[in-house]
Design a protein around this ligand. Structure first.
Ligand SMILES: Cc1cc2nc3c(=O)[nH]c(=O)nc-3n(C[C@H](O)[C@H](O)[C@H](O)COP(=O)(O)OP(=O)(O)OC[C@H]3O[C@@H](n4cnc5c(N)ncnc54)[C@H](O)[C@@H]3O)c2cc1C
Length: 477
C-alpha cells in the first residue's frame, strides 16, 4: 500500500476499513446494517445521534457475559464491537462513572479559546440504543480473579466470562504537588475536563511579559506529541493575543523531543522562535503551587529556577488503579514498568499477570509496543474483541494483527501537522512494531519509523477535524 501521497485520514480509513474487513470477513457472518450508518458529526455524538438499532452479527455464541471497565476511547470501542461482532449471545456491561465522555483529543484547542470543553463531550447513548450495551454508572474497586467477578464502589458485584479493563490513566502526586493542587492551582489537564477549563482561564488571564511553564514526564506517557503540540498552541495564543514578551518554557524530562521531532524543532526554532524555550533532559523538578515558583536541574547539572505566572505540570502517570493499594495493584495486574502499566499478550490483550483468566487490558493502561493514543486505543479494542469473539467461538485467533495510528498536532490556531504509522505483530519479540514507513516496507532490516507530515498546513488542520469526527463516530456512535 502506498500512502506517501495520502493524508493520515485517508490512511486511517483504509487501514481501519481493512482491519475491520479482515476481522469480520471469512469467519463472522456480519449482516447488513439496519441503517445507513451515516456520519452524524460530533454534534450528534453529543446526544442526538440516531437511535436506530444496528444489525448484530449472527454467531453461535450464547449466554456469555463480558464486563468492560471504563467508557473512554478503548472501552467504548470494545463494548460496541463486542456486540457487533459477537452478536446477541454476548451480553456486554460497560461500567463507567462519568455521565459523558470528554475527549482529550483536540483538548489543546480549548487552551487558545478555539474550542470549548462542551464541544469535546460525547454521550454513550448510542452504545445502548444501537448496539444493546448495558451501561452501569459506577467505578470498579476490586477484582476477584478466581471468582470471575468485579466489585463496584456501591457494593454491586458483576460476574463475567471475560473482563475488559480500559480505565485509562491516573496521575501521580509529583514535584511537590497534590491532586488538590492539580484541581485548583496547577492543572495538568492531561485528562480533559474541569482542569482543561481551569488552565484556559489561567492562560487567558496572562499579560504580555508573563511566563507559562510546562513539564513533560519521562516516556512512556499519554499522547507522545501532545505536550509539544500544547507548547505550540499556547505560544501561538500568547504572542498573537497578549504580546511578544510572553514566554513558554518547556521542561522536558526526556533527552529529546519524543514525537514529530522535525516538526516541533521547526516550530520551536522558527514559527514560535523567541516565545518557546525548550529545555530537554531536566531533572529534580519542584513546584510551589501557591507561588508558581518552579525549580529544576538543567541538562548540564546546574540548578535553575523560574517564576511562572501559569504552571502546567504534565506529571508522571500510570494505569488507573495501579497506584499502591489501588484495585489493579491489588489484583496484581500492573506487572509492567515498575508497576505502572499492565503487560499484555498483544494477540489478545489478555493480561500476562493472570494468564488464562479471561482478563484483558486495553488502551493507555496497557503496555503493548504502540503509543498511548486514542486512535491506538480504538485499534487495540478491535484486536482484543476479535480475539475474545474467536475464543468464545472456539476458533483460532489472528496471529498477525495489524493496527495503525494517526495523530494530528495543531501548531497554530489554523495550521497543523500529523504523524502516522502502521503496526504489525512481530512474532520474534511478541510485540507490535512499526511495520512500514511512508507506506513502504523498509528494505535491509532498517527499522521503520512513524511518518510525519512534510509540512505544517491549513489543509492538515481541516483534515484533523474530519479525522476526529470519524474516529469518535467509530468509537462511540
Ligand atoms: C492534550 C491531549 C491531546 C491528545 N491528542 C491525541 C490525538 O491527537 N490522537 C490520539 O490518538 N490521542 C490523543 N490523545 C491521547 C488520548 O486521549 C488517550 O490516549 C485516550 O483517551 C486513551 O483511551 P483510554 O480508553 O485508554 O482512556 P480514556 O479515554 O481516558 O478513558 C478511560 C475511562 O475509564 C474510566 N475509568 C477510570 N477508572 C475507572 C474505574 N475504576 N471504573 C470504571 N471506569 C473507570 C474513566 O472515567 C474514563 O472514562 C491526547 C491526549 C491529550 C491529553
Amino acid at each position: 500500500m502506498n500512502t506517501q501521497d495520502n493524508t493520515p485520514a485517508m490512511s486511517r480509513r483504509r487501514i481501519v476499513g481493512l482491519a475491520a474487513g479482515s476481522l469480520a470477513a471469512g469467519w463472522l457472518p456480519l449482516q447488513s446494517w439496519a441503517d445507513g450508518d451515516e456520519d452524524d458529526g460530533p454534534g450528534s455524538s453529543n446526544g442526538t445521534r440516531s437511535s436506530t438499532a444496528a444489525t448484530l452479527a449472527t454467531t453461535a455464541i450464547a449466554g456469555k457475559r463480558v464486563v468492560v471497565v471504563g467508557g473512554g476511547m478503548a472501552g467504548m470501542t470494545a463494548a460496541k464491537y463486542l456486540r457487533l461482532w459477537g452478536g446477541r449471545g454476548v451480553q456486554v456491561t460497560l461500567v463507567e462513572p462519568d455521565a459523558v465522555y470528554t475527549s482529550s483529543i483536540m483538548s489543546n484547542l480549548v487552551l487558545n479559546g478555539s474550542r470549548s470543553v462542551a464541544s469535546l463531550q460525547f454521550t454513550r447513548d448510542a452504545l445502548t440504543s444501537r448496539y444493546g450495551v448495558i451501561r452501569k454508572a459506577g467505578s470498579i474497586v476490586g477484582i476477584d480473579i478466581a471468582g470471575h467477578r468485579v466489585t463496584l464502589a456501591d457494593g454491586a458485584v458483576l460476574p463475567y466470562d471475560r473482563l475488559v479493563l480500559a480505565p485509562g490513566v491516573s496521575f501521580d502526586d509529583a514535584y511537590g504537588l497534590t491532586q488538590a493542587d492539580y484541581d485548583t492551582l496547577t492543572p495538568h489537564a492531561w485528562r480533559a475536563g474541569a482542569q482543561t477549563a481551569l488552565l484556559r482561564t489561567q492562560i487567558a488571564a496572562m499579560a504580555n511579559g508573563d511566563t507559562f511553564v510546562m513539564t513533560i514526564p519521562k516516556a512512556p506517557y499519554r499522547c507522545p506529541p501532545g505536550p509539544y503540540e500544547r507548547a505550540c498552541v499556547v505560544a501561538d495564543f500568547l504572542k498573537t493575543a497578549r504580546g511578544p514578551n510572553c514566554r513558554v518554557v518547556v521542561l522536558d524530562e526526556n533527552p529529546v523531543i519524543q514525537a514529530e521531532r522535525h516538526t516541533f524543532e521547526l516550530a520551536f526554532s522558527q514559527i514560535h522562535a523567541g516565545i518557546v524555550q525548550y529545555m530537554p533532559g531536566v531533572s529534580n523538578i519542584a513546584i510551589q503551587a501557591a507561588t508558581r515558583l518552579v525549580s529544576y536541574t538543567d541538562q548540564l547539572g546546574t540548578p535553575q529556577s523560574i517564576q511562572a505566572r501559569v504552571v502546567n505540570p504534565i506529571v508522571p502517570h500510570r494505569a488507573a488503579g495501579s497506584a499502591p493499594g489501588g484495585w489493579m495493584a491489588q489484583a496484581g495486574l500492573n506487572n509492567g514498568t515498575a508497576g505502572r502499566w499492565a503487560n499484555v499478550d498483544v494477540l489478545s490483550y489478555e493480561s500476562t499477570a493472570a494468564p488464562g483468566q479471561g482478563i484483558h487490558v486495553i488502551g493507555d493502561a496497557s503496555s503493548c509496543g504502540m503509543p498511548k493514543a486514542g486512535h491506538v486505543a480504538n485499534q487495540e479494542a478491535k484486536i482484543c474483541v476479535d480475539a475474545i469473539v474467536r475464543r468464545l467461538l472456539g476458533i483460532r485467533g489472528d496471529v498477525l494483527p495489524v493496527a495503525n495510528s494517526a495523530c494530528y498536532s495543531p501548531i497554530t490556531a489554523s495550521t497543523a501537522s500529523w504523524l502516522t504509522a502502521v503496526y504489525q505483530y512481530d512474532p520474534v519479540d511478541a510485540r507490535m512494531k512499526v511495520a512500514s514507513s511512508g507506506g513502504q516496507t523498509m528494505p535491509g532490516g532498517i527499522p521503520a519509523t512513524a511518518t510525519e507530515a512534510a509540512s505544517i498546513s491549513t489543509k492538515n488542520f481541516k483534515d484533523m477535524g474530519t479525522w476526529f469526527t470519524s474516529l469518535m463516530k467509530d468509537t462511540s456512535g
